[in-house]
Ligand binder design. Structure first.
Ligand code: CMC
Length: 433
């Protein structure tokens, strides 16, 4: 509402001289459909908003995650990410994202118990992994395995039933670490280690990844907690590429396993969840602090991209990157310092003082330091996007369910501006030039 008490937008169409008044809704938004009434001739389709890459289009209302990219603020259900990273656990945050409120102790106990007791996958899933080549990328295996889960739980397609939805959510949260560990063990040619119910979410994951030849493997508590913090930081990030994919696929009422496989495919790309892998490869390629100025020159001349920098929404320091930087110190106390950290720190220092990055508001994002920690913790580079997908699973599912329960949503179907040929007659192949 403006100071004059009005909450509308006046539009004059200079093609026709006609005036229109459309409502401005809370949050400074106008409905794109309100533009449709603007026409030159009665039979026209009407005006559309043209917005490639959704740079300025809100596709939904949401109560899950709040980001102020200019101020570097990230909150889940209103709680600042800094407080959650400091005081909560990934499964507690998962409950918060899914249910909207922090759980009571008994709600949390039940939730943790349910997730813990659904970590096993059908034995046939191991055969699926066996079918992949030894050097198959972990993310490709994961995408396939998650899609395959829909065939084990055919009732998942009854997406209107809240109880059925909930059990699939629990299953997905529970089984993602198991699938990820199986993908890793397959890659290494190691036998699969099955879940152990007395371990924590991340402790169990580390156990399934790394236990070899001993029954009393104990995950290091510092690393277990650091991974849990990293999972909290990655749990949701509102309408990014993979979450939008989840909502778009889910809008056709596909089952959540199939939709989630699609989100994972979107996450796989180097501009999204593949960025931490790309950062590590970039740092290794730079090789030494001396080579940084030469590398940044190539970034400025667009021969290279500074991976782990820049964000569609954050035009300030990504708050997740600050927390990760602190977590790195704790991890390195246990693992020893990753030599790539010195290159990353110097790269950040120089870049933040360079005109090119300052004028474009390019700061480190969540992926700039996460890969360095993951590498120090012994994760192979191919597992990095998987380490993003495991915690983001809850965000995808919370957003998926919110979409299904939103009365304003329908099957997603953008418009296009057709610029191809006008109608023309088919030409037989022997008559073509
Ligand atoms: N290195 C060099 N230049 C960059 C970078 C970068 N990392 N990011 C943006 N720019 C430049 C870009 O070339 C453009 O310059 P100009 O205006 O002269 O053409 C300007 O900054 C604006 O960038 P943009 O491409 O319009 O920004 P976008 O919102 O379309 O892209 C991004 C966002 C994250 C894809 C991009 O910043 C990028 O490619 N970053 C590197 C990949 C990366 O780290 N991705 C992880 C994102 S955070 C994790 C996640 O949510 O997935």
């Amino acid at each position: 509402m403006g100071d004059n008490g009005k909450s509308t937008l006046s539009i004059r169409d200079n093609r026709t001289g006609r005036d229109y008044e459309i409502d401005v809704l809370d949050g400074d938004i106008v409905r794109a459909m309100d533009l449709r009434q603007i026409k030159v001739h009665d039979g026209d389709f009407g005006m559309m908003a043209y917005d490639p890459a959704y740079m300025n289009t809100a596709s939904t209302r949401s109560t899950i995650t709040y980001i102020d990219g200019g101020k570097g603020i990230l909150r889940y259900r209103g709680y600042p990410i800094e407080q959650l990273a400091e005081r909560s656990s990934h499964l507690e945050v998962a409950y918060l994202l899914l249910k909207g409120e922090l759980p009571t102790q008994s709600e949390l106990d039940t939730f943790v118990h349910d997730v813990t007791f659904h970590t096993y996958v059908h034995e046939n899933v191991t055969k699926l992994f066996d079918a992949f080549r030894y050097d198959a990328h972990a993310m490709g295996m994961m995408i396939s395995a998650v899609a395959a889960l829909s065939t084990f739980y055919p009732e998942a397609k009854y997406i209107d039933d809240p109880a059925i939805r909930w059990i699939q959510i629990v299953r997905l949260l529970a089984k993602m670490p198991t699938l990820a560990a199986f993908a890793y063990r397959h890659h290494r040619g190691l036998p699969y280690v099955y879940p152990e119910n007395e371990l924590s979410y991340t402790g169990n994951f580390l156990n399934m990844l790394y236990r070899i030849g001993t029954s009393d493997f104990k995950p290091n508590p510092v690393l277990e907690r650091a991974l849990d913090v990293l999972f909290i930081l990655h749990a949701d990030h509102e309408q990014n590429c993979s979450t939008t994919t989840m909502r778009v696929i889910g809008s056709s009422h596909a089952d959540p396993f199939s939709a989630l496989a699609g989100s994972m495919a979107a996450l796989y790309g180097p501009l999204h969840g593949g960025a931490n892998e790309a950062v590590l490869r970039m740092l290794s390629r730079i090789g030494s602090v001396d080579n940084i100025p030469g590398f940044l020159e190539k970034v400025k001349s667009r021969e290279e991209r500074l991976m782990g920098f820049g964000h569609r929404v954050y035009k300030a320091y990504d708050p997740r990157a600050s927390i990760i930087k602190r977590t790195a110190d704790e991890v390195f106390e246990v693992t020893g310092r990753n030599p790539l950290l010195d290159i990353a720190l110097e790269l950040e220092r120089i870049a933040l003082n360079e005109e090119y990055f300052i004028e474009r508001n390019l700061y480190p994002n969540v992926d700039f330091y996460s890969g360095i920690i993951y590498q120090a913790m012994g994760f192979p580079v191919e597992l990095f996007p998987v380490l993003f997908a495991i915690p983001r699973t809850v965000g995808w599912l919370a957003q998926w369910e919110e979409m299904l329960l939103d009365g304003e949503q329908k099957i997603a179907r953008p418009r296009q501006v057709y610029e191809g040929s006008a109608e023309r007659d088919f030409v037989p192949v022997d008559a073509r030039g």
